[in-house]
Write a protein that binds this ligand. Sequence first.
Ligand SMILES: C[S@@+](CC[C@H](N)C(=O)[O-])C[C@H]1O[C@@H](n2cnc3c(N)ncnc32)[C@H](O)[C@@H]1O
Length: 207
Amino acid sequence: MIEAAERIIRTFHSERLAEFQADDARVVWNSRHSQESRFAVLATVGDLTGATLLDVGCGLGDFSTFLRSRNVQFASYTGIDLNAEMVSAARTKYPSETFEVRDPADEPFAAESFDYVFESGIFNFAVPEWESIARQTMRAMFQACRKGIAMNFLSKLSGNENPEAHYSQPSEILSMIEDDLSAHFVLRHDYRTNDFTVFVYKGSYKA
Ligand SMILES: C[S@@+](CC[C@H](N)C(=O)[O-])C[C@H]1O[C@@H](n2cnc3c(N)ncnc32)[C@H](O)[C@@H]1O
């Protein structure tokens, strides 16, 4: 990721980590409910039983605990985050999970290293060259998956205007996905007013 964008994201999250006690606020969500409502949709990308999972921009790693609390019997969970302080806090919170400081666009995984690759909230910041960063990150996520990826975005259709946030037009995201990844996708814009989720599947795989 270009340095200016990474600095904005890293500084923003490091300040939140230092300022807030509640973990949902530390990873920037308005509430535990808003975080979990996104996780609940991401978890429907496919059958996660026995699957290997990568969580890009894992924050404190709460997605792994969300899945465990719903008795999802995945084979492995790996959380990565570009913010070293976030990864250190995640390791303290969940010592038995695997976390790494990594941006998949800068340090790509080998092709098909994981069954499913997820992100929740990594595209929500207004940064320079947002589209180029988003395209590179989505490509890296898609190449790392064997079955599919699940991603969420803040929606422009919500009418919100927080200047620090990046709101995406669903049709523009679908067009990027069709250009760069695959036309084998699902869009969900039915669970919150300010958010949407896209699943993209490898061509040979049926969810
Ligand atoms: C809004 S927080 C959400 C954390 C977690 N996904 C959750 O829902 O609880 C976004 C996180 O993504 C990380 N991040 C943003 N872009 C990233 C990238 N390209 N690679 C790795 N981590 C990234 C940030 O450092 C931050 O910790």
